[in-house]
Write a protein that binds this ligand. Structure first.
Ligand SMILES: [Zn+2]
Length: 249
């Protein structure tokens, strides 16, 4: 499988040799809704590279159910603390949309990081992107209107589910947006009234993606631009450098 079509975008960035070796260390596992891939205070046993499906990163808040701060799908990985040398999770990784991932043990990832400079560089860059997105989510929750934030989360789900229809209960949306049920009802009602979505008992159908993008706060576009600039930009640089080296006598 070549780098253009590989389903996980981070693995797609790797040189084929490094990607093939990493994949032989992985096990393909099913992701079911509600599965916990990591839990705060517990040892991180595996890293996951989703090939399909979505997990959310949740920060615990006192005795509350927690606030969802990021969605990770085929564009990312679960287990970033391992890249930084940490062994214990501080965020919960919970599957929201079923799928499949390539899973490798923490020890295997550490070995691969030592062997592959490309893997190290790529995951360092992904860590930077994720850190930036988490900071933006914190600012977004404080400063941007609820309807704009709801539009942003729906676009993130849309991108990662590769479908215009998905299931998100009021309770889950409340954890994503950090607001009570009535706030979600009002915001979802407003989006429906504008003809952007159809929402019934947690089933969401996106009717007007362009309209959602227009309503969303700038955080959605900013996160996509950061990912493209830091990760995809690197791919192009690497390819150009490789071509230059090949022309040398
Ligand atoms: Zn925002």
């Amino acid at each position: 499988m070549d780098s253009v079509t590989y389903p996980n975008r981070l693995l797609a960035i790797l040189p084929r040799k490094d990607r093939d070796r990493l994949i032989t260390r992985c096990q393909e596992v099913t992701l079911a809704v509600g599965d916990l891939l990591c839990s705060p205070g517990e040892r991180i046993r595996h890293a996951h590279f989703p090939l399909a499906g979505i997990a959310s990163l949740v920060v615990p808040v006192d005795t509350h159910a927690g606030l969802h701060v990021e969605l990770v799908g085929t564009e990312g990985m679960i287990g970033v603390p391992l890249v930084l040398g940490a062994t214990t999770a501080t965020l919960q990784g919970c599957v929201q949309h079923s799928g499949v991932s390539l899973r490798l043990t923490a020890a295997a990832l550490r070995r691969e990081l030592k062997m592959s400079r490309s893997l190290r560089e790529m995951l360092n860059r992904y860590t930077f992107v994720l850190r930036t997105q988490l900071a933006e989510t914190a600012a977004c929750n404080s400063f941007h209107p609820l309807e704009a934030r709801l539009a942003r989360w729906l676009l993130m789900m849309l991108d990662r589910s590769h479908s215009t229809e998905f299931h998100l209960t009021h309770e889950l949306l409340g954890k994503m947006l950090g607001v009570r049920r009535v706030g979600i009802t009002n915001a979802a009602g407003a989006l429906q009234k504008h003809g952007l979505v159809q929402y019934s008992r947690g089933d969401i159908k996106v009717l007007d993606r362009a309209g959602l993008e227009k309503l969303s706060c700038a955080c959605y576009r900013s996160a996509k631009d950061t990912y493209r600039r830091i990760l995809n930009g690197r791919t192009q640089q690497s390819k150009r450098r490789t071509k230059t080296v090949r022309r040398l006598p």
